[in-house]
Design a binder for this molecule. Structure first.
Ligand SMILES: NC(=O)c1ccc[n+]([C@@H]2O[C@H](COP(=O)([O-])OP(=O)(O)OC[C@H]3O[C@@H](n4cnc5c(N)ncnc54)[C@H](OP(=O)(O)O)[C@@H]3O)[C@@H](O)[C@H]2O)c1
Length: 327
């Protein structure tokens, strides 16, 4: 290891241990300069689908992929904001197709997949960025609690329906989880909540932890077909979602928050295949939990580790299938 590389590793580790240095815009600014981050691979002729693309991090991921030449299917609920995001992708240099739907609406998801499959035989990237921390209990149209329906059940169905296209494109699946997942262990029963016992922050953290488990399970099941599946956390990012879900924290962190582009960097890099051909000194990866372009540990506290974690992925898979019987 060269002296320069040793210093980089040491600075990166110090940021990671400090949490605030890593999650804030300091982490992004310092790490991207330690060993300058190259542009992700060009995406001309490649097709990506990004959920949560009408706002914040998903919107910035879509724009970044557009700037690399991709065709991006821009999924959002709000028509005006989704179309505006598609315009940004075009302005950045890509092609864009807006898709207006709620990811918890299973029929709408199926219709979207049919529309995409009519146009393309392959999908090269699928970014699951839709998500929210809701301070009040809400349920999707099928009655499931909204955080879990958006973070797990909708993405599961979308990915299942898209699997032939993902395999044909040897795609990169990217799930935008959260550093909040470090606060909770994976625990299936606690994914179910009711209006009486609902705790928005804990429900969010549990769903984000489960997203990482699901991401590994996609890698295990689809990896043999050439599909990569990554989870990442974007750090603390100034978005409408953060302002609505954690308003006091967002105000308190103020100028230390990352910009959406900084928060989107690792997700876009993973979707474009950056981890399959990383910089010298790193091994190619087809799964893992990433932040600032490096795989990160998945536990920071002893209490979130479980002795029986080997079965977590298969149990979560069955749980989601049973939770939405029409899956
Ligand atoms: N901001 C942060 O500091 C931070 C930190 C860690 C993780 N994250 C994660 O990053 C992702 C993006 O969040 P953000 O901060 O960028 O928030 P945001 O600006 O509110 O964006 C969230 C996006 O998700 C979409 N969405 C939410 N529920 C949906 C549903 N049921 N169906 C379809 N789309 C839905 C929203 O659509 P609408 O525009 O229609 O609402 C919006 O496009 C989320 O998964 C979040 O958990 C954010």
């Amino acid at each position: 290891m060269s002296l320069r590389h040793a210093v980089d590793v040491c600075v990166d580790w110090t940021l990671e241990e400090s949490v605030i240095g890593s999650f804030s815009r300091v982490g992004s600014a310092v790490r991207s300069r330690l060993e300058p981050w190259p542009d992700p691979p060009a995406q001309h002729g490649r097709v990506h689908l990004v959920t949560g693309a009408s706002s914040g991090i998903g919107r910035a991921v879509a724009r970044r992929l557009g700037s690399l030449g991709a065709e991006v299917w821009v999924l959002g609920r709000d028509e005006a904001r989704t179309r505006a995001s598609a315009d940004e992708v075009r302005k950045a240099g890509g092609r864009a197709e807006p898709a207006i739907l709620d990811i918890t609406d299973h029929d709408a998801l199926d219709a979207l997949v049919r529309r995409l499959a009519d146009r393309h035989g392959q999908l090269h990237g699928l970014v699951h960025a839709a998500g929210a921390l809701s301070t009040v209990y809400r349920s999707a149209s099928d009655g499931m609690e909204m955080t879990v329906a958006t973070a797990l059940v909708g993405p599961f169905r979308l990915t299942a329906r898209l699997t032939p296209l993902l395999e044909a494109g040897r795609a990169n699946i990217v799930t935008v989880s959260s550093g909040g997942m470090y606060l909770e262990p994976f625990d299936l029963p606690s994914l179910v909540s009711s209006p009486v016992d609902y705790d928005g922050a804990r429900t969010y953290a549990r769903a984000k932890r489960a997203q990482v488990v699901l991401s590994h399970e996609w890698a295990r099941r689809l990896g043999p077909s050439g599909v990569a599946s990554y989870a990442c956390h974007p750090g603390w990012v100034e978005t409408p979602g953060l302002a609505a879900g954690l308003p006091t924290f967002a105000r308190w962190m103020g100028p230390l928050l990352r910009t959406p582009d900084q928060g989107a960097d690792t997700g876009a890099w993973l979707a474009a295949g950056g981890a399959r051909a990383p910089r010298a000194g790193s091994s190619p990866a087809t799964e893992g939990f990433f932040h600032d372009r490096r795989p990160r540990r998945e536990h920071r506290r002893q209490r979130t580790r479980r002795s029986s974690s080997a079965q977590d992925g298969t149990q979560l898979w069955s749980w989601i299938e049973n939770a939405a019987p029409s899956m």
